[in-house]
Write a protein that binds this ligand. Structure first.
Ligand code: SF4
Length: 354
């Protein structure tokens, strides 16, 4: 079990964030907030996928008006993503957002920040101070070299936190995002060394899902493995359900989230020149049939009977394929031989008996 860095616990509506609570997956809606029915549909898809906090953009007054209606119809706490406008921040707090995200790069006047803090205090709203490398860079007339950006971001964070603490506001979550894996890891290590607030992790502008998954898993996974990080978002250009699915895989690979007790696990050999059948095709058919099996079983699909039975000896059920047929093993012991066309039917029959 990973040892998490000790932090304060921050309540975001009904969800606790911090080392005493499990790492929380969050994502963001990608439809106009004013399109309430589409927004609700997407939020419910995210909840079903395992998301426990959902963030919405609220760039206009019409969006915070819509947020007030959406908040009443969902079962997860909502976060309002604020840029540039202190008015939107206060409206979102009054609309019932459980947390707002502020970007120190674009809300800078102390009087505005204090107004927001006072509203958040009154409504018990949490605030994420979300420093973003791009916003820091935009503020500078000359480009800031990458090796100086971490110090700048940390300094920006420090100044902001001081304003909040000066107003006795500690319902804070901190984040610093870049699109670079190394800088994201480094800045978050520095934040963890400097503050005891929970940290939200993620890469920003990570790309299309196929490009974003590995850098996000490396950055978020490295930090989580060091005990740093209390809530995560995997940003991808695309369906936010994919963000949640990737986030879940990261947490599961580190033992920070267990699959549901009723979910079977599918193991597939990588295939090699010994395989005499199309293992990927066969595995996909098995994967399609698995949701019908609500049992915590380990099922293996192996490409040959040379190494397959041994490598899948711990599987509850293993299919070891050969030309035109497959052998079914139960915990390493052969229990059936089936022709190719009956593989899935026979597998399901055997699974039903377990
Ligand atoms: Fe190759 Fe057989 Fe191992 Fe699959 S189980 S990778 S086919 S040796």
């Amino acid at each position: 079990m990973l040892k998490r860095r000790k932090t304060r616990t921050v309540k975001v509506g009904s969800v606790k964030i911090g080392s005493a609570a499990p790492v929380v997956i969050q994502s963001m809606t990608k439809v106009p907030t004013t399109d309430i029915s589409r927004c609700l549909r997407q939020i419910n898809q995210l909840i079903k996928a395992g998301c426990r906090l959902v963030r919405l953009a609220v760039p206009r007054k019409a969006d915070t008006d819509a947020l007030a209606k959406i908040v009443r119809k969902v079962t997860v706490p909502l976060i309002a993503d604020i840029h540039f406008s202190p008015e939107r921040a206060i409206e979102a707090i009054e609309a019932g957002a459980a947390k707002i995200r502020l970007n120190p790069g674009n809300i800078k006047k102390q009087a505005d920040i204090l107004r927001i803090i006072d509203a958040a205090k009154m409504h018990k709203t949490a605030i994420r101070i979300g420093v973003n490398e791009a916003s820091i860079r935009d503020l500078k007339k000359t480009p800031v070299p990458p090796n100086k950006r971490i110090a700048l971001m940390l300094n920006e964070m420090f100044k902001y936190v001081r304003i909040f603490e000066g107003r006795s506001f500690t319902r804070l979550v901190l984040s610093a995002k870049t699109s670079d894996t190394f800088r994201t890891i480094e800045i978050n290590r520095r934040i963890a060394d400097t503050f005891d607030y929970p940290i939200h992790l993620g890469l920003t502008h990570a790309g299309l899902p196929e490009d974003a998954e590995i850098p996000s898993a490396v950055a978020i996974g490295t930090l989580l493995a060091e005990g740093i990080g209390d809530t995560i978002r995997v940003s991808v250009a695309g369906n936010p359900v994919i963000e949640t699915q990737i986030a879940k895989r990261i947490l599961r690979s580190l033992g920070l989230e267990e699959p549901p007790a009723s979910e079977p696990e599918l193991v597939v050999c990588p295939t090699c020149a010994r395989a005499e059948v199309d293992i990927v095709k066969l595995a996909r058919k098995v994967a399609k049939a698995l949701p019908k099996i609500e049992k915590p079983l380990r099922i293996a699909v192996m490409g040959c009977i040379v190494n397959g039975p041994g490598e899948a000896a711990d599987a509850d059920l293993a299919l070891c394929a050969a030309k035109n047929k497959a052998f079914i093993y139960r915990k390493g012991r052969r229990i059936a031989t089936v022709p190719e066309r009956k593989i899935i039917t026979e597998l399901l029959k055997q699974l039903a008996n377990l």
